[in-house]
Design a protein around this ligand. Structure first.
Ligand SMILES: [Zn+2]
Length: 152
């Protein structure tokens, strides 16, 4: 299955994505293809709506550009807690090429999610991972950095 990146203006990027209910080879294949698109782009994160699939799935790899790869996939993610402390960082988006935005995010988030096998997980993420997770999580709710950031 070849997946194509969708760009700002595509309606799929504005839809609230549906929860995943079936944890099968199709889901695993979707995630594999999403990693392929993300690494080829090249990017550090990709949400399913960015390849036209309106489901609550995203992938990140915050280290591969500078060190060893650390691919992580998140199904039905929920931010269950977040830092009161916020920080402003520069973000780009594969769906909004060539533009950068200053975006304010919490410095950490506690994320609950399911793995590809449906098993529940929960962990705290900080630093670049927290930023990346907030960015991709927003995609699942139809939110883009053009909505919440200041163009630089
Ligand atoms: Zn994005």
């Amino acid at each position: 299955m070849a997946l194509d990146l969708r760009f700002d203006g595509d309606p799929v990027l504005r839809v609230i994505a549906a929860p995943v209910t079936i944890f099968d080879a199709g889901l695993a294949g979707l995630v594999k293809d999403m990693f392929d698109v993300m690494y080829a782009a090249p990017g550090r994160g990709l949400a399913a709506p960015q390849v036209g699939v309106s489901q609550r799935v995203f992938v990140i790899d915050t280290t591969w550009k500078d060190a060893e790869p650390s691919p992580q996939a998140f199904v039905n993610p929920q931010i269950v807690a977040q830092a009161d402390e916020i920080a402003v960082g520069t973000e780009a988006c594969l769906s909004i090429p060539g533009r950068a935005f200053a975006v304010t995010r919490p410095t950490w988030v506690d994320l609950a999610w399911q793995g590809l096998d449906g098993q529940p997980h929960q962990r705290r993420f900080d630093g670049v991972a927290a930023i990346c997770i907030c960015h991709e999580f927003d995609h699942l709710n139809g939110v883009l950095i053009t909505d919440i950031g200041v163009e630089q």
